[in-house]
Design a protein around this ligand. Sequence first.
Ligand code: TRP
Length: 331
Amino acid sequence: MIKYKKKIVFSAIQPSGNATLGNYLGAIKNWRDMQDEYDCIFALADLHAITVRQKPKELKENVIRNYALFIACGIEPEKCNFFIQSHVTAHSQLAWILNCHTQIGELSRMTQFKDKSKQHTENINAGLFTYPCLMAADILLYDTNFVPVGRDQKQHVEIARNIAQRFNSTYGETFILPEPLIPKLGAKIMSLKNPEKKMSKSSLDEDSTIFILDKPDLIIKKIKRAVTDSESSVKFTENETTGINNLIVIYSCITNKTFLEIEIEFENKGYGFFKNKVAEAIIEKFSSIQKKFDLLIKDKDFLEKCQKESTRKASEKASITLSRIYEKIGL
Ligand code: TRP
C-alpha cells in the first residue's frame, strides 16, 4: 500500500500578553482542526516578540501561560509539534542567512513594519525591520507547504515565498515554496469598541477585547458594551465593517451556524437578545478551556516534558534543513 505523506503546516503566534477571542477564532481553533489532516508544526514566536521591548519576567511568564493555554484549547503535543521558537537555535541561524538574501527595498514595503514603526517611534530597531526574514526562517526550516495565518500576515508569507524562490534560483532547489492559508471566516475578529480595528491584546480600551481566560461576568459585560449601529435587526451587511457584522462573525465561528441560520434565529429579536446569546456561546466555549488551563498551569512537570520533547523533534528536523543550506552557500 502506498503511504501518502501528509502535507506540512507551520504557523506561529507571538506569546506576548494573553490570548484573545480573536486569537482563538483566527488562529488557535484553525490550528486545532488541522492536526489530523496535516503534519502540523506550531510555535510560540518569542524571538519575534522582542522586536518590541518586553519585561523579561513577564515574557517568560507569558510563554509558559500561553503554552498551557494553547494545549487547553486543543493543541495536542502528542499529535503535532508545538514548541517555543527560541528553544530551536536554527531559527536565528537561518534568519541571519536570509537577512543576507533579502533586499532593503522589499522589507520597506511591508505594511506591518510601516505600522509598527509609527506605533513605536522610540524603538525602531533593526529586528522590527528584518522581522519577515526570521518569519521566513521559521517557515522554510520545516519544508512547509501551508501556512495558516490571518489576512494581516499574508504579505509576510508572500515575502517568505519570494525569498525562497530567489534562493532556489541562485543556488538550486533548496526550499519548498510555502503558501498562505487564509480562513474565510474569523481570520479577523474586530475590536468590540471600534470595528474598523483588529481585536488586539494591547488595546487601551479594556472593553474592546475578550480574553480566553476572562470570567463569565466580564464576558457578558464586554459583549453588552460592544458597539452596534442604529438599526436593530441582526443582519449581515456585505462589504462593511460594522459592530453587528463582527458579532455575527463571532457567533457564527463559535456555533458553526451560517449567517443565514443566524439571521433566521434572531428574526424580530433585538440586539439585546442577540448579545446575550453571543455572550453565552463564548462563555460555554471558554469555560471548559479555563478548567483545563487551571489544571495544566499547575502541572509544571508535564509542560516541561512537552516542551523538551517538541524542542528535540523540531531541532532534529531544522538542523537537517540548515545543513542543506550551509552546504549550498559554501559555509
Ligand atoms: N508574525 C506572526 C504574527 O504576528 C507570528 C509568526 C512568527 C508566524 N513566525 C511565523 C506566523 C511563521 C506564521 C508563520 O501573527
